[in-house]
Design a protein around this ligand. Structure first.
Ligand SMILES: [Zn+2]
Ligand SMILES: [Zn+2]
Length: 173
């Protein structure tokens, strides 16, 4: 099975374009890792740790989105430790709202009752979206206040961040 991810599975950077991807030994683009983390089939920083990665990401996020640095650290650590490089497996995220699907109970259901491989239980039930007319814009408006409450960032920055993350999800492509 081909593994696929919409964010780098080492540092959590969202893939927005082809150039964001790292390269394999044979020059192909990596499906899993970004160009900062992975070049020619190898990690650029082999001694990196979740903590080191989170520290780097936190600095960036707190600057870009006005998140207090200690909140940014919590945010990045929770993101990064679930990634394949660190957890050993890809934890899929809901392709509608971005929520990580840790277990089958988090997944929505298909018409025949089997768990959806793409969407969470809040977004998708019995083979259909719970809110079929929802737009990406409305999804951003739903997610942003949660980020504000959790990570003490300004609402407009939270909307900006949700917009970038939701843009990588297949429902909104
Ligand atoms: Zn990366
Ligand atoms: Zn969802």
């Amino acid at each position: 099975m081909k593994e696929y991810s919409s964010i780098c599975q080492s540092c959590a950077m969202p893939f927005m374009k082809d150039e964001d991807h790292g390269t394999e030994q044979d020059g192909r683009l990596s499906d899993l890792y970004c160009r900062y983390c992975y070049q020619n089939g190898e990690f650029t920083d082999k001694d990196s740790t979740v903590e080191k990665m989170a520290e780097l990401g936190a600095g960036m996020i707190s600057q870009m989105y006005g998140m207090p640095i200690e909140k940014a650290r919590v945010f990045m650590t929770s993101q990064i430790k679930t990634l394949k490089r660190w957890s050993g497996r890809i934890i899929p995220s809901c392709q509608s709202c971005g929520m990580p699907l840790f277990s089958p109970e988090d997944a929505g259901t298909e018409k025949d009752g089997t768990p959806s491989s793409l969407y969470c239980l809040h977004c998708y039930q019995h083979g259909a979206f719970t809110e079929p007319d929802l737009t990406q814009e409305e999804m951003v408006k739903k997610c942003a206040p949660f980020l504000v409450g959790q990570f003490e960032m300004p609402l407009e920055k939270a909307e900006e961040m949700s917009k970038i993350y939701t843009s990588t999800l297949s429902r909104w492509k």
